[in-house]
Each structure stands twice: as C-alpha cells, then as structure tokens.
Design a binder for this molecule. Structure first.
Ligand SMILES: Cc1ncc(COP(=O)(O)O)c(C=O)c1O
Length: 357
C-alpha cells in the first residue's frame, strides 16, 4: 500500500524552510474557518467531556434525518467520511471480490481495496477529466462489490450528470453497491444536472451517499462524516464500527454547523468568487484550468508539477502536485481567502517565469 500523503502542514513548512508566513492551499479546507456557532457548541460540550459520547449520535442523526427527509436508520455517521469509506470496504469486500474506481481518484478508495486484499479495477477518466461511467459499468462483473464515484471529483473538481449516473445504476450487476461520494456537495448542488444522491437513496436505489462536515462546514479537524444508505447497510456499518467513533465535541460541532446557513452561504460565495478569479487570472497568464465545481481547481501547465510545487513551497505557498496522481504538469490549488489567492497568483506568476520549460 502507498501511505496516505496529506497536504504539507503549515508548521512543517515554516520549520523546514525557515519562513514565517505560509499559506496552505493543499487540503481543500474552508478558508473562512468553522462556524462561530460550532465553536461555541464545542466550548460548551467540553464541560462534559469526562462522559462518553452518545454512541448512536442520536441528536445529530435526527437533525440530518429531518433535513433530508430520511429515517434515522438511513443515516450513517463516521469519524470523517474517510472512516465510512474504510467501513464500507470492511463490510462489503471479501476474498475474490473486486472494486471499480476512476483513475486518478481519491486515494482512500484504493486503500479500502488494498486492505481487503482484493483486485482494484481503475478506469481512466475521459478526455474532459470526468468519470467515464459507461467504461466503469463495463468494468464490473459478478465479483464486483463496490464502485466509487466522487461527485464533484477529487482531484479534478468535475461533475457527472444525473442522467448518466442513473444509467450507471441501471447497468451495473445487481450486487454492486455504488458509492456516490459527495464530499464537495455544497459547492455543486445548485447545478440543475447534478444527481441528487439523497433522492436516489430515498427511492430505494442501491446507492450509498457520503457527505462530510470537513469542507463547506469547516470542521475538518474535528472529524465528522455522514452518509445516507439503506437500513441494511447502516445496520452492518453500525455493527462493524467502533462505538464511540464520533466524539462528543464533534457531534455538538456538527449539529451547530448544520444550523448555520449564513456561514454556509458565505463559504459558498467566497468559493465561487475564488474559482472565477483564479480561472480568469491563470488563463490570462496563458494556462488552462480544469473547470471545477468544488473548492479547489487544477491548473494545467507545461512544466513538471513537482518543480512548481517545490518552487511555490519556497515562496510559502503549499499546493498539491499532480505527479503522484498521474497528472504531470498539473497542480491542484484549494480556494483560499482573497488575500491567500492574491499571494498564490503572485507566487505562481513568478515561479512560471523562473522555471525552465
Ligand atoms: C472525495 C473525498 N472523499 C472523502 C474525503 C474525506 O473527507 P473527511 O474524512 O474529512 O470527511 C475527502 C477529503 O479530502 C475527499 O476529497
């Protein structure tokens, strides 16, 4: 297994390079920070942290069930959606099975396959960097148990449309559980062609939807993921998971964040403005971007991505290199605040002028 490589931490870069101001645009976090309501809820919950958390996460599940018109037994909670990906692998994969994913894709899907010691079938993205859903359906056979579609996709930010996604559900063999990972849902849900995963779960389709509080809700550090699935799958996951995987501070933070529509809407607006600005300014420099519907954007260049990554790092800007993802020449940049974007664009322009083609 390739170890997971997280975005480089700010403190590490300061220490290693001896620079005092570092901007991290590498892990798709919310540049506005958490909702103030979530911070207040965590402070309050800290007073009772000598008690074990509610193992069923009842209040949070109830809030999610009400918001999405589902029953409590259709709601999944996890220590980040990472944990739910891991648990899906644990409950569904066995000897001789296989899993179908895109290439490149979010690396934790691959980990679930490797941990179960099963065959991983990787289907290249199409020419527009989108999931090739018909090729993914064709890659399934009677031993395929799981198929992952991240929508919007990480690392590209592209989106599949509702019609194509339903066609995928209708063409895979019946035992395949299709996981629609909506980690970046809040940034794309307004698109009229966006497949609304929750409606598909409500109508009884064999699909598991994953969501997270780590991105638009700004709670990446406290670890809460959630999802929607059939009662059979939520029951199996409940049996397999650690009973106190979502801690009491995390539950309180998530409930509060869910009620903060204002923070969510400011986060979305900031993101959209940032996406448009980076697109405009990078194109003016003569580079192209992959059109993104998430809180990050991929820039296509004619230089080795690893060199750009290193040169930006020396200017105090942390991004992601496309090299380990098989996207040479591409860097992935999370959308930051206006000041962070200004710093990135200035550094990017300087780096591209100084790096040989
Ligand atoms: C597509 C996708 N799914 C899941 C996750 C995991 O998010 P978390 O475990 O923080 O909920 C990420 C994080 O970057 C992601 O990009």
């Amino acid at each position: 297994m390739t170890p997971y490589v997280p975005g480089k931490p700010i403190e590490e870069v300061k220490r290693e390079l001896g620079i005092s101001h570092v901007v991290k645009l590498a892990s798709n976090e919310n540049p506005l920070g958490p909702s103030p309501l979530a911070v207040a809820a965590v402070r309050k919950a800290a007073e009772t942290m000598h008690l074990y958390p509610d193992a069923s996460g009842h209040a949070l599940k109830e809030a999610l069930a009400e918001k999405h018109g589902l029953d409590l037994n259709q709601i999944l909670l996890g220590n980040g959606s990472d944990e739910l990906i891991h648990l899906l692998g644990l409950i569904l994969l066995g000897p001789g099975d296989n899993m179908v994913v895109a290439r490149p894709t979010f690396v934790r899907y691959e980990a679930a396959a490797h941990l179960a010691n099963i065959e991983l079938r990787q289907v290249p993205l199409d020419a527009e960097w989108k999931h090739d859903l018909s090729a993914m359906a064709a890659a399934c056979d009677e031993k395929t148990k799981l198929l992952f579609v991240a929508n919007p996709h990480n690392p590209t930010g592209t989106v599949v449309n509702a019609e194509d996604f339903v066609a995928l559900l209708e063409s895979v063999p019946p035992q395949v559980v299709v996981v629609l990972d909506e980690a970046y849902y809040e940034y794309a849900a307004h698109l009229d062609f966006y497949p609304q995963g929750v409606d598909l779960v409500r109508s009884g389709r064999q699909v598991v939807v994953l969501r997270t509080f780590s991105k638009a809700y700004g709670l990446a550090g406290i670890r809460v993921g959630y999802g929607f699935a059939s009662p059979e799958i939520t029951d199996a996951i409940d049996r397999a998971r650690e009973p106190f995987d979502v801690n009491s501070l995390a539950q309180a933070a998530a409930i509060a964040a869910l009620s903060d529509e204002d923070h969510l809407s400011r986060s979305r607006t900031l993101n959209l403005d940032g996406l448009l600005r980076i697109t405009r300014e990078v194109e003016a420099m003569g580079y192209t971007v992959i059109p993104s519907f998430a809180n990050f954007i991929c820039i296509q260049t004619d230089r080795p991505a690893g060199d750009i990554f290193q040169a930006l790092l020396h200017q105090g800007i942390i991004v992601r290199s496309g090299d380990p993802l098989g996207m040479p020449g591409v860097i992935r940049v999370s959308i930051g605040t206006e000041e962070e974007i200004t710093a990135f664009l200035k550094a990017f322009s300087q780096v591209m002028q100084s790096l040989p083609v």
